[in-house]
Write a protein that binds this ligand. Structure first.
Ligand code: ADP
Ligand code: MG
Length: 395
């Protein structure tokens, strides 16, 4: 990575402001239901504790829309992080202001202070310079370890870098390195699997990947629009009529670039979008007017798996079907298994794809699972993420 890492700067005795992504899911009682994002930031936090830095953590949680709303308080995170670190993490009442400055300035080496939700202030998402300077005034060094919010130019991800030396944390470094290497220096064959509901969500990703991959596999709901572009009747399937023309162009572009485009050859269809709807597997040429495609069929899944078997680099974003319903999860399961046993570098990004991989118990067999849904999509689109761009370049 061409950005300076936390390991390259002196931190001992320094107040270090770390932007982390502690935007964890909470249940109705306010308990954390998945602490992946907290654990993902531990390497950076533990390193800084060990090096004797004074640690100030900043994060958002949910969408409090610029107002104090205690159902989005980081209190449950402070408690859980205290347990994970086996040391007390103090929660500040706010993220800026005199009491917070006081708390930050009285930190001892190795101590950790967690600021309250930065999105309790409307200035955060507006990237307000005064608010950014107030945040910066808490510390002497800024570390961004929040890859998941790096695609947003907010005060705590971008604005603050105008007032403090800014470097990348280990999670940020890992995310950018894995995905950056895959896109810029892939070992070939390079295979991308794109799925999920809609083409319109991922046009930029498909366009960028067509410039880079050897094989592009498209499944899930978005494949329907491509199948329609190829002349198949899709019945009641989820379909974006207005994107059929674009799908035709992308199919042409793949041909021009010499990219092998793999679309489903069979699908699992049902007459209703329901978990217990009767279903059958048919060739893509046999979908009836009252049927909808809810998963790729087993022949497609086997074909995709064969393509993945010899890949040296794999990027996967988006499930192959409505995996939330068991009857339509088999295509996604088969692909997850094929990616898991692939010997190449395998990267999974996207909220639902990551959930699918975790549900199927193969997460630990992937080389890298991105913690950033929207951020990883923008990265795959080839966009420069403002939170990354703002960090200091390597010397
Ligand atoms: P990710 O979060 O991994 O980027 P998306 O959000 O793009 O993935 O898409 C995931 C959603 O797509 C899932 O909720 C899944 O049910 C839906 N989906 C996948 N295939 C189909 C299909 N054939 N018809 C309707 N919805 C589908
Ligand atoms: Mg999603």
């Amino acid at each position: 990575m061409d950005k300076k890492s936390i390991s390259e700067v002196e931190v001992r005795g320094k107040r270090v402001l770390i932007r982390v992504d502690f935007n964890v899911p909470l249940d109705k009682q306010g308990a954390i239901t998945d602490d992946t994002r907290i654990r993902a930031a531990l390497p950076t936090i533990e390193y800084l504790i060990q090096e004797g830095a004074r640690i100030i953590l900043a994060s958002h949680l949910g969408r409090p829309k610029g107002q104090v709303n205690l159902s989005y308080s980081l209190a449950p995170v402070a408690k859980h992080l205290s347990e994970l670190l086996a040391q007390n993490v103090v929660l500040a009442k706010d993220c800026v202001g005199d009491p917070v400055i006081e708390a930050a300035h009285t930190l001892q080496d190795g101590q950790v202070l967690l600021l309250e939700n930065v999105r309790f202030h409307a200035e955060e998402e507006k990237n307000d310079p005064t608010f950014a300077r107030d945040l910066a005034s808490l510390a002497e060094l800024y570390v961004n370890d929040a890859f998941g919010t790096a695609h947003r130019a907010h005060a705590s991800t971008e604005g603050v870098t105008h007032y403090l030396p800014a470097v990348a944390g280990f999670l940020m470094q890992k995310e950018v390195e894995f995905m950056g290497n895959a896109l810029e220096r892939p070992e070939r064959p390079f295979v991308a699997i794109i799925g999920g509901a809609k083409v319109s969500d991922k046009i930029g990703v498909i366009e960028n990947l067509l410039e880079k991959v050897d094989i592009l596999i498209i499944g899930g709901g978005m494949a329907n629009t491509f199948l329609k572009a190829q002349g198949f009747k899709m019945g009641k399937s989820l379909l974006e009529e207005e994107k059929v023309e674009l799908a035709k162009q992308l199919i042409e572009k793949a041909k021009e670039k010499g990219v092998t485009l793999e679309l489903p050859i069979d699908v699992v269809v049902a007459r209703a979008f329901e978990a217990n709807a009767p279903h059958r597997t048919v060739s893509v040429s046999e979908i009836q007017d009252d049927e909808m495609a809810l998963d790729i069929g087993s022949a497609s899944a086997e074909r995709f798996a064969e393509r993945l078997a010899t890949a040296k680099t794999v990027i996967w974003n988006g499930p192959m079907g409505v995996f939330e319903m068991d009857a339509f999860a088999k295509g996604t399961e088969r692909v997850a298994q094929a990616v898991a046993i692939c010997k190449g570098t395998t990267i999974v990004g996207g909220g639902d794809s990551v959930a699918a991989v975790e549900k199927m118990g193969v997460a630990d067999q992937m080389t890298h699972i991105s913690t950033g849904g929207g951020a990883s999509l923008e990265f795959l689109e080839g966009k420069v993420l403002p939170g990354v761009a703002a960090l200091q370049d390597k010397a």
